[in-house]
Ligand binder design. Sequence first.
Ligand SMILES: C[S@@+](CC[C@H](N)C(=O)[O-])C[C@H]1O[C@@H](n2cnc3c(N)ncnc32)[C@H](O)[C@@H]1O
Length: 310
Amino acid sequence: MSRPDAYSFERYLAAKRTVDDRALHRPTLDRLSAGLAERAAESDGPISVLEVGAGIGTMLRRLLSWNRLPDDVAYTAVDLDPGLIDAARERLADWARERGYRTAPADGGFRLRRDGATVAVEFVAADAFDFAARVDGDREWDALVACAFLDLVDLRPALSALFPLVSPGGRCYFPITFDGETRFEPVPDPAFERKLTDAYHATMDAPDRPGCSETGRKLPSAVGDCGGEVLASGRSDWVVEPPYPADEAYFLHHIVDTVEGAVADAIDAGDAAGIDRGDLRAWADDRHAAVERGELRYETRQIDLLGRVP
Ligand SMILES: C[S@@+](CC[C@H](N)C(=O)[O-])C[C@H]1O[C@@H](n2cnc3c(N)ncnc32)[C@H](O)[C@@H]1O
């Protein structure tokens, strides 16, 4: 595809779905499904799942498509961005109708029914940590999900705030957690490429921004320090290469634009030594052109983790 004139985070999240589908570490997901099934077998009511940073609802759609949830589920999707929550509501309703689910309004969202299975979906537009503070022990969920989220927040305070939302012995599932490596190929100028990816990662570690570029590798010990137990984990690296399926060419253009924007801000702040605006623009132009020619390969390192909450 040709270089987009404009970028949309909603389209990026939609395009990311097929990339994540390939990347997710299946043994870790298997352990999540088995844990939820065990809890369902012991429970009279629905199994409750809380997803924070839920975006456009991709994970719920995936868990349903892949038959990874018990038959009776109450799913709460929280995201900071009200526009994304509206998109999640619309996209999930459309997706469910197309697959023969019957939909009916329910508290804060809707109820989906098909073949004896029920999913009550509640949508909440809120900061996850404000939401946790508001809940303050009034509600508990059987599982907490946060996909591509923990690298955006301060890890230990985040886990300490979110774990009390999970009932004792419940699960936490943290897939697609970024872990410090980004690679674009071909690499015309290896020395510049190293400077650029280092500067990009440094933007994630800036003291005035929450989150960390090496959250993935820090996750197991952070879960343990917050009283949890790691049950499974593994790599979920993104690999996007030609021929690009689905909307993955857009995904690549969006990533190149994101890297360029983050490093441009670092240059303006005097935090990107050895990179000037002209070099950065030339790098981005070259990468967009490589996507248009169907030549760019992109890889990142990520971790999925499943834990038991104390
Ligand atoms: C990288 S996106 C991932 C979205 C979705 N989990 C996915 O993988 O498609 C991160 C999401 O977290 C949301 N987010 C960031 N900080 C948040 C916060 N403090 N509370 C709730 N949502 C937040 C963003 O609005 C965004 O939708």
